[in-house]
Design a protein around this ligand. Structure first.
Ligand SMILES: Nc1ncnc2c1ncn2[C@@H]1O[C@H](COP(=O)(O)OP(=O)(O)OP(=O)(O)O)[C@@H](O)[C@H]1O
Length: 326
């Protein structure tokens, strides 16, 4: 279990993490989502005791990281997406790490196999590609067989096969009852990987809810309607409260009205329909919309304005959920 309570980190005038509170429970993959510069890496460093919070508290299994009796066997972390700068082979790199932690050589063999590096384990780790470096970093995180995993952008640099592999691995680790906390700025990737999402923007909490709920609430429900009587149909639907977006001469996007109701109203007026299709907006665009005002480097965002993140678009999870554990 990971807990952040009113976690705040300032660098001079810059508030990187702003009064952030959340709980990450075992047994499921929790995605930590936010645009570039939102404060994900800083939060993870605070959780791992690599940086000191300006205010607030970060705990793992109820204690500060530095007070964990056996930190490397409790928490496995992958922080920076870069190849290991070492002349050692991948195997020896892991072996040295294992020896400093009193971990058996057998475990090195296990993790090398687990991350799919067996064929290259004797090669110099310094020459690894970003993707292989990521696998090696994940192997290092898993060495101590930890119950808690904190992974910062683990899919960075991985090819499509690697992405599926890490997704499956994280889900398996979670299903074994581990706490898996994984950051990403890719909404679509997190939507298929994580069961629960914590979304931040400009260091502040935007959402803390199940992925299903996030998708349900964030994506716009619409109906695509094609009709030779589009103009008349627009008037009829608008009069009944629908929002209409004309998408061409005969094509309408209808928002705030279900498809059957659109069909009924068209039939009542004797208007011909050539198509009536319920659709959902793209998740990626919904995420961009949700975090629009909290994108760090967006030239269009007004820097002095209060971020929209201050008004949670998706309600944070209630206290009942916070205590939930599997
Ligand atoms: N050591 C530091 N000194 C000054 N500013 C910092 C420092 N570390 C982070 N920041 C700033 O804090 C903000 C949050 O950065 P952070 O790296 O935590 O975001 P992130 O969500 O992980 O972004 P990314 O997805 O780009 O990695 C950024 O504006 C960043 O420039």
């Amino acid at each position: 279990m990971i807990e952040a309570k009113n976690l705040t980190k300032r660098y001079g005038d810059k508030v990187a993490v702003d009064d952030l509170s959340f709980t990450v429970v075992p047994g499921r993959v929790t995605g930590f989502l936010g645009p570039n510069g939102a404060g994900k890496s800083t939060t993870m460093r605070l959780l791992l005791g690599l940086d000191k919070p300006t205010r607030g508290d970060a705990r793992i299994h109820g204690v500060h990281y530095r007070d964990l009796p056996s930190p490397l066997r409790t928490v496995g972390a992958l922080l920076e997406a870069k190849a290991v700068h070492t002349g050692r082979s991948a195997y020896n790199h892991l072996l040295v790490l294992a020896q400093t932690q009193g971990i058996d050589r057998k475990r090195v063999d296990e993790v090398v196999e687990l991350v799919g590096l067996t064929g290259v384990a004797r090669k110099r780790a310094g020459g690894f590609s970003l993707g292989m470096g990521q696998r090696l970093g994940i192997a290092a995180a898993l060495l101590g067989d930890p119950q808690v995993l904190i992974l910062d952008e683990p899919v960075n640099g991985l090819d499509p096969e690697g992405i599926v592999w890490i997704r499956t691995l994280m889900q398996r680790l979670a299903s074994e009852g581990r706490t898996v906390f994984v950051s990403s700025h890719l909404m679509n990737e997190m939507a298929v990987t994580a069961e629960h999402l914590i979304v931040i923007g400009r260091g502040r909490l935007i959402a803390d809810c199940s992925t299903e709920e996030f998708v349900e609430r964030s994506t716009e429900k619409a109906v695509t309607v094609r009709s030779p009587d589009a103009a008349r149909l627009s008037e009829v639907l608008a009069a009944e409260g629908a929002k209409i977006r004309p998408d061409g001469d005969a094509l309408l996007t209808v928002i705030d009205m279900e498809a059957p109701r659109v069909g009924e109203l068209a039939a009542a007026e004797g208007l011909v329909l050539h198509e009536l299709t319920p659709t959902r907006g793209s998740l990626e665009s919904a995420f961009m919309e949700l975090t629009r005002d909290s994108v760090e480097y967006d030239a269009a965002a007004a820097p002095a304005a209060a971020p929209a993140a201050a008004q949670p678009a998706v309600q944070p999870a209630g206290p009942a959920e916070k205590g939930e554990a599997r």
